[in-house]
Design a protein around this ligand. Structure first.
Ligand SMILES: [Zn+2]
Ligand SMILES: [Zn+2]
Length: 175
């Protein structure tokens, strides 16, 4: 969803509270593509501060389907997002230049709500996702989901090739 904020950009100290809803249905990152299964409208607080910057604030929750780290079954993970951005107006002073941030959520006078949401999901992405604390995972030899049924494999020595792949996957996740 894009919001035209011409008023905020041009009227000094103008404040608008606007209800918005993200159009984002899928979150794509280097980890893959994940469905956003739940989201809700929320209020964005937009404030022109002395024609120097626009304050953009809001809070919302999204639910994303993420595979369990051990068994790969999808887990609904709720992520709380806090948007708190400052869009600089005019010529930023040296002071403000220092904490200059990425402003690719603005195009002309259009604020891209989906971009704001995307960025917050990215920084709040969970390090670890488990369907349950004691998820037994998948047997590395036969592929059985051990939460549903045991298998008869001898798993005392995990297949070193699978272990290596698992390590690579874990390293990748932690980047
Ligand atoms: Zn699991
Ligand atoms: Zn097995």
């Amino acid at each position: 969803m894009k919001v035209d904020i011409t008023d905020i950009l041009s009227i000094e100290n103008k404040i608008v509270e606007q209800q918005v809803l993200s159009d984002l249905a899928v979150f794509k990152s280097k980890l893959g593509e994940f469905s956003i299964t739940k989201k809700a409208p929320f209020v964005l607080h937009l404030e022109n501060q002395d024609n120097k910057r626009v304050l953009i604030q809001g809070e919302t929750d999204v639910t994303i389907a993420i595979p369990c780290d051990r068994c790969l079954e999808e887990v609904s993970v709720q992520i709380h997002l806090v948007i708190d951005r400052r869009y600089p107006l005019g010529n930023p002073s040296a002071e403000e230049d220092e904490d200059a941030e990425d402003t690719d959520y603005m195009t002309g006078s259009n604020l891209d709500v989906d971009r704001l949401i995307y960025d917050e999901i990215l920084v709040n992405w969970p390090m670890k996702v488990l369907c349950r604390e004691d998820c037994k995972g998948i047997c590395r030899k036969c592929g059985t989901n051990l939460n549903y049924k045991p298998c008869s494999c001898d798993r005392t020595e995990p297949d070193p090739r699978m272990a290596a792949i698992q390590d690579v996957f874990n390293q990748f996740k932690e980047v």
